[in-house]
Design a protein around this ligand. Sequence first.
Ligand code: NAI
Length: 328
Amino acid sequence: MTSPLKVAVTGAAGQIGYSLLFRLASGALLGQDRPIQLQLLEIEPALKALEGVVMELDDCAFPTLAGVEIGADAEKVFDGVNLALLVGARPRGPGMERSDLLEANGAIFTAQGKALNAVAADDVRIGVTGNPANTNALIAMSNAPDIPAERFSALTRLDHNRAISQLAAKTGAPVTDIKKMTIWGNHSATQYPDLFHAEVGGKIAADVVNDQEWLENDFIPTVAKRGAAIIDARGSSSAASAASATIDAARDWLLGSAEGDWVSMAVRSDGSYDVPEGLIYSFPVVTKDGNWEIVEGLDINEFSRAKMDATAAELTEERDAVKGLGLI
Ligand code: NAI
């Protein structure tokens, strides 16, 4: 066995954490040949609950779990981490304005960006799941000047997986026949799941479906509002699927996306597809050995262009708001 990969998880005592930690520990990220060491960050009041989760992790006796450390001090918990999964975030409380939410999360992601900058391993990769994920990633990135910007990403893989599942249900194809799905933009209701490049059994999905009305008024809103539908049905938010997507995204980033396919990741825009440079925007990317590259040269039709611009406009507004608050 090689040396363990040090993986930090924030918000580890939360709902997503309760699913994520057990899958990470059982080898879902890197398989059975590479142990992982978990370094778990929580706020002080949640540390007792986290101790209980660690007792359960112990009780699983996972062969791939090399050790677990917990704490409330980011500089200690992030020490030497190779992968940081930033899940913990401040949810929107009753009466909380959008700017309050950005400010509360701004404080969290500013501090965590600085701590990662100071103590993470040289090869660290940082995936942000906590919402508003794209803008939280932008804040962390802006506060970690010594970590290359391409090491930060925000999670749109759950949206990507949701889009695959909806398309599979509509066409009757197995999910394994669906390739080249893309989520463009923000992990929010303005995201754009694109069927003009996705393929079903090698054919363009929009042609296979051949139903623009479904695509516009059913598929896109179902994917974009899936989180709310799950809260409605389950009484709490999507946690297991978010944990699963967090692992999918990290695994593909570290080990590589499948040949002949791509994945969706929100990464720093270099201006590709006329997306304003510097936004953390979800693109189609291929990944290999811990690096990603935006898939270039896709034809963008008028319908897609309008959707891609709308989600970019929302991210630009979020960026301006956090700039106004002095967070970036
Ligand atoms: P949760 O509320 O159950 O857990 C969040 C945890 O974060 C809590 O235990 C809390 O104590 C902790 N936390 C808060 N501030 C912290 C800090 N400064 N440092 C460390 N820990 C801190 O929430 P849940 O369901 O686990 O979701 C976590 C986040 O993931 C939320 O922001 C949620 O909106 C987001 N999410 C993102 C998805 C995506 O696709 N990008 C999908 C689903 C959820």
